[in-house]
Design a protein. Structure first.
Length: 422
């Protein structure tokens, strides 16, 4: 136990961290282009926020939350997603006071007590965006286009964008009734979860992964046939914008998403080879959530993507960057006095923005040279008794093995010159 992480969590080790940084840099660059600003909210919140925000009958709230009383007896939950937290921060900090749209993005850990498997973890990382304060379908299109630009910009192929409208509190009840009527005589055949969804949230039956429930749902009435005028025109304007932007999509009337706050637009980018974990990015509009959390009625739309799933897709398509951990200079110091000279040179090189390493264990020249090679050093600087006596260091170009003696006084400038020349 002491040397094992909890099930469903992972260490991200130095040999893969460059993949995360690569992805995060792409995300930050893109968010700056689209005018989304970073927000960081606490890893844990009051449990009630997620119960109210995400919906008490969702799988996330019913089965997957890490909820515990803190030492003061308050019920605390590790965030299973970040939309509710961003809404809480928006309200608490009165970010609506600027009177215009607020566009946020976040990158961070989320926690769900899921069944761990490839692409499904108990601690996972999401990049998400939330655009709060605008009802135009143009912003739905912008949010989707950001997701599209990220995935395409990473070079990913075979990504499928599915969109749907899940209606609003005005038109959804009518559809709910139609759906209940459709499933009425199939009720006994539905899985246990779907039987309880039947009364509480029948739309979720459409999203059930159970193959028999999927079969039963074939031919179910389509929500898009029951949308009110406002939802229908919103959906058709969104489609017009996506077409105009050259973003391919398919309509999927069974796409209902797993969180209760959605209204109107729902969408998912799928990478089918990931099987049950094929949803790599999902989101939609949530025009009722801000009011549900105690604010004024405010429209909003966003998405989140699982970074582990994006990295898996990049790995499958051989699109991950290679690690570049080469250092500029490795100092080979032979003897105690030389080591003191070496740490000073290290300090000067680093303060001149050159990466520099040395050995601290007094190893042999041969072994230190090996380390210089292993670290991909462009140059080795050799200092031994002889060099100290003549106040000259040996500078060795590791590529062509050329060596030259350089006076200590000129050493830093010479190395800077040589490294920049390469
Ligand atoms: P979600 O569909 O629950 O939506 O999660 C978004 C993405 O997070 C999924 O598409 C998937 O890539 C990733 N994900 C979810 N659960 C796991 C897991 N256990 N392991 C690995 N990755 C996972 C939301 O979270 C909404 N807050 C999205 C949103 C933002 N809607 C509007 N604004």
């Amino acid at each position: 136990m002491l040397t094992t992480v909890p099930r469903g969590t992972k260490d991200i080790l130095p040999d893969t961290i460059h993949e995360w940084l690569y992805l995060e840099n792409k995300i930050r660059t893109l968010c700056a282009l689209y005018g989304f600003n970073e927000i960081r909210t606490p890893i844990f919140e009051h449990t009630e926020l997620f119960m109210r925000g995400i919906g008490e009958t969702t799988d996330v709230v019913e089965k997957e939350m890490y909820t515990f009383p803190d030492r003061g007896g308050r019920s605390i939950t590790l965030r299973p997603e970040n939309t509710a937290s961003v809404v809480r921060a928006y309200l608490q900090n009165k970010l609506y006071a600027n009177g215009s749209i607020n566009k946020f993005f976040y990158i961070g850990s989320m926690f769900r007590y899921d069944k761990p498997q490839a692409g499904r973890y108990r601690e996972f990382h999401q990049f998400g965006v939330e655009a709060i304060g605008e009802q135009s379908p143009l912003i739905d299109a912008e949010v989707i286009s950001l997701g599209d630009a990220l995935l395409k910009g990473l070079g990913l192929k075979d990504i499928l964008l599915k969109i749907n409208s899940v209606g609003c509190p005005k038109c959804r009840p009518v559809y709910r009734e139609k759906l209940q009527a459709f499933f009425k005589d199939k009720f006994a055949e539905l899985c246990k979860d779907c039987q309880s969804r039947y009364t509480r949230n029948p739309l979720r039956i459409l999203d059930c992964k159970n193959p028999h429930c999927k079969e039963l749902a074939e031919g179910a009435p389509e929500i898009t046939d029951y949308l009110c005028d406002d939802c229908a025109s919103h959906f058709s304007e969104l489609q017009e914008s996506l077409t105009n932007l050259g973003i391919d999509f398919v309509l999927d009337s069974h796409l209902v998403r797993g969180l209760d706050y959605y209204t109107k637009t729902a969408f998912e980018f799928k990478y089918l080879p990931l099987g049950a974990q094929s949803a790599i990015l999902g989101g939609g509009r949530y025009d009722g959530l801000i009011e549900e959390c105690g604010g004024d009625s405010t429209p909003a739309v966003g998405f989140a993507t699982g970074l582990e799933r994006v990295l898996l897709a990049l790995e499958t398509q051989k699109l991950l960057p290679v690690q570049n951990s080469a250092c500029d200079v490795f100092i080979i110091a032979l003897g105690k006095k030389a080591e003191q000279a070496a740490i000073k040179i290290l300090q000067q090189l680093r303060s001149n923005n050159l990466s520099a390493l040395m050995d601290y264990a007094g190893r042999s020249m041969k072994s230190q040279m090996k380390q210089a090679n292993k670290n991909g050093a462009k140059y080795a600087v050799i200092i031994g008794d002889n060099e100290l006596a003549t106040a000259n260091a040996i500078v060795r170009n590791m590529k062509d093995s050329e060596q030259m003696a350089v006076p200590f006084a000129a050493l830093i400038d010479k190395i800077i010159f040589e490294v920049n020349k390469q």
